[in-house]
Design a protein around this ligand. Structure first.
Ligand code: GUN
Length: 281
């Protein structure tokens, strides 16, 4: 079994970004990321703090907009429009989930697609699905980078994705399909999950349910990617029973230290790309 070490790869990527930021600054450009956090969801606060700290570490200028949970949809959209027009801001990130009274789709569509470093805008989703992406969503992009780093060939592989969300599952499916893998999506209505995962060359789980993927559900030599993050007591765990599944898998991501740090590295990478997209460099 080989560990897909997201912590190590993300460090390497962040070092490359740091050098790129120095170059950009020498030409008078400071990459800028605006991060919007609504309300006081502790997990979102933690993620946003990690993202802004990561920006700081590589020299990206991050502008934080923290807003109360009661903010109206129109107020939020007017802040986004202001950021769309601000030339110092190359990327805009609205941390999800949003409070229930706010229409997520309307908010995402209000972001200038050129500044949509999450790749959530329908324009960017459409481009990815059509196979000529502008921005890749950070979590699946990080997973693709792990595959690349470890020379994992995707063409012709049978991949099963568990969890069909907009942040990971759906864009992951498009990326794997674009890489000529055969993709099967599983979700809460899937009748027999094991029946699907047991034959997969690659299993990617993005659900947030500890021990969802057990040893009996994967085949010998499979590649297992765990996107889940759950708190069990004082431990952070993924969806995969790592201890037992790792005995059968050829490659596996740990939690923590697998996909999580890669998501942040790709956010930084997308912000650098956003400088190019917005400046026409
Ligand atoms: N919430 C959970 N993951 C993400 C992410 O990658 N981007 C944003 N904006 N919100 C999230």
């Amino acid at each position: 079994m080989i560990l897909l070490d997201g912590k190590a790869l993300s460090k390497k990527i962040r070092e490359g970004i740091k050098r790129k930021v120095v170059e950009l600054k020498q030409s008078g450009i400071i990459p800028g990321l605006a991060v919007i956090l609504i309300g006081d969801n502790p997990a979102s606060q933690l993620y946003v703090n990690m993202k802004t700290k990561a920006c700081e570490d590589v020299g990206i200028y991050s502008i934080n907009h923290r807003m109360p949970a009661e903010i109206s949809e129109d107020e939020l959209i007017s802040v986004i429009k202001m950021l769309n027009d601000n030339p110092m801001v190359h990327g805009i990130l609205v941390q999800l989930p949003l409070p229930k009274h706010i229409d997520e789709e309307r908010v995402i569509e209000s972001i200038d697609y050129k500044k949509d470093i999450d790749g959530f805008h329908p324009y960017n989703v459409g481009r990815l699905v059509r196979g000529y992406p502008l921005y890749y969503s950070c979590t699946p992009y990080g997973i693709m980078k792990l595959f690349e780093e470890y020379n994992i060939e995707l063409e012709g592989k049978d991949a099963v994705i568990v969890g069909a969300g907009n942040i990971t599952g759906k864009p992951m499916a498009s990326m794997l399909l674009n890489a000529n893998a055969t993709v099967q999506m599983c979700h809460i209505y899937t009748k027999d999950l094991k029946d699907k995962t047991i034959n997969a060359d690659i299993v990617i789980s993005a659900v947030g349910k500890p021990n969802l993927i057990t040893e009996d559900m994967v085949k010998e030599g499979s590649i297992v990617v765990d996107v889940g993050i759950s708190r069990v007591g004082d431990k952070v765990v993924g969806d995969v029973d790592f201890e037992n599944v790792s005995k059968k898998s050829s490659y596996i991501t740990p939690v923590p230290g697998g996909v999580g740090p890669m998501t942040i590295a790709m956010l930084l990478s997308n912000t650098i790309k956003a400088v190019e997209v917005n400046k026409g460099l």
